[in-house]
Ligand binder design. Structure first.
Ligand code: ATP
Ligand code: LTN
Length: 334
């Protein structure tokens, strides 16, 4: 708790262009939760370098992502929006937690398996211990709740195990966090292969709608989305392409999948697909406009970066000092 409120932590990597999946699965929920919790939203640039990055590009993407958090509706005066790399406690706690995490646990992480298969020429130790840095992010702020898409559940489960292990040894040091998975949009699939999640690192750009896609591109991608020959709009696993479009439409319009099915009862894909396109455009266009406006205001964004890094450092240092004391590091002399 900070004051009256419970604490929320989440983060996103500044790698690749953000997709509609990132927005509906994560960012949109962040905004809806931001009044209820004391929120920390980090641009997790330290996680990004587990895959080789172009430095200038990473710096640019990180700033764009931070700006996008604000453009999506997170008020940076109320929510702590900051760069992970600006708060040294993340790395310091991650080191300590590395010593409380087992190789066997990390070996089971499916994201590590996927990413090391994809980047076979660079399977570095950071990629392996990536989930420990994520645990440090969360535990450093004593987060009660962590909104993520389903793909991050395994990492969150590990975070809980590490926290409980530490607490069993040293008393109640960490809050054990709960995941928050949104009801609609928790897993948006690729428009070209509905068995795969929509992902910013997908090689096929037609599979993903990017947050910065223009309206024509969005409409074209929706119209070309892979569906089936059933020719009926039903929400069922046998029609994964249509199910995904129903999820997208519902998440964008605030309807339930059942309401969407009822709305399009008896209608064909030729009518449904453009409606999905319109729904997506109506969500992304205002986001893009606000992003363009904010991007021009360098002084404002800079001030947010500075203020919030200070706030995050202040809050996180409290946990860090406590942990350092528990494991037996000598007290600092003031
Ligand atoms: P990459 O393709 O590089 O692995 P990604 O698109 O999966 O990236 P992340 O940075 O790993 O994106 O995820 C940021 C947030 O967006 C996480 O909370 C994740 O759960 C959520 N997310 C990512 N893809 C989807 C998706 N297709 N549907 C719903 N949520 C998603
Ligand atoms: N691993 C996450 C990003 C991430 C995160 C976090 C999410 C890093 N630290 C802490 C929630 C809480 C991802 O790839 N989406």
């Amino acid at each position: 708790m900070i004051g009256e409120k419970k604490v929320l932590f989440s983060g996103m990597q500044a790698t690749g262009n953000l997709t509609l999946g990132n927005y509906l699965g994560a960012l949109k929920n962040w905004v809806s939760l931001s009044d209820e919790y004391e929120c920390f939203y980090s641009v997790v640039d330290m996680h990004s370098i587990t895959i080789r990055q172009d430095p200038a590009e990473l710096r640019k993407r990180a700033r764009n992502l931070l700006t996008l958090y604000i453009a999506a509706g997170l008020d940076p005066k109320k929510n702590c929006i900051y760069y992970q790399s600006h708060v040294s406690g993340h790395a310091e706690l991650a080191w300590i937690l590395n010593c409380f995490t087992y190789m066997g646990e990390l070996n089971r992480m499916t994201q590590f398996k996927d990413k090391s298969a994809k980047h076979a020429d660079n399977i570095n130790a950071g990629l392996f211990t990536y989930p420990v840095l994520m645990a440090a992010d969360i535990l450093l702020y004593q987060a009660d709740v962590v909104p993520v898409g389903i793909d991050q559940m395994q990492h969150l489960e590990l975070t809980r195990n590490i926290a409980e292990r530490f607490n069993n040894l040293y008393g109640d040091v960490f809050t054990v966090p709960e995941p928050y998975i949104g009801k609609v949009g928790a897993k948006i699939m690729s428009l070209q292969d509905p068995s795969k999640k929509m992902s910013k690192s997908d090689e096929n750009p037609n599979g993903s709608i990017y947050l910065m896609d223009d309206p024509d591109t969005i409409m074209r991608k929706c119209k070309r989305a892979v569906t089936d020959s059933e020719a009926c709009i039903a929400y069922r696993d046998e029609q994964p392409g249509i199910k995904n479009l129903i999820d997208i439409y519902s998440a964008c319009t605030g309807k339930t999948p059942q309401e969407t099915v009822a709305e399009f009862a008896g209608k064909g894909y030729g009518e449904f697909k453009p409606a999905v396109g319109e729904a997506v455009i109506s969500v992304l266009k205002p986001l893009q406009d606000e992003f363009a406006r904010l991007s021009k205001d360098k002084a404002y964004i800079d001030s947010i970066i500075k203020e919030n890094a200070e706030k995050a450092s202040y809050v996180s240092t409290k946990t860090l000092r406590k942990v350092q004391r528990k494991v037996g590091f000598p007290d600092r002399i003031r």
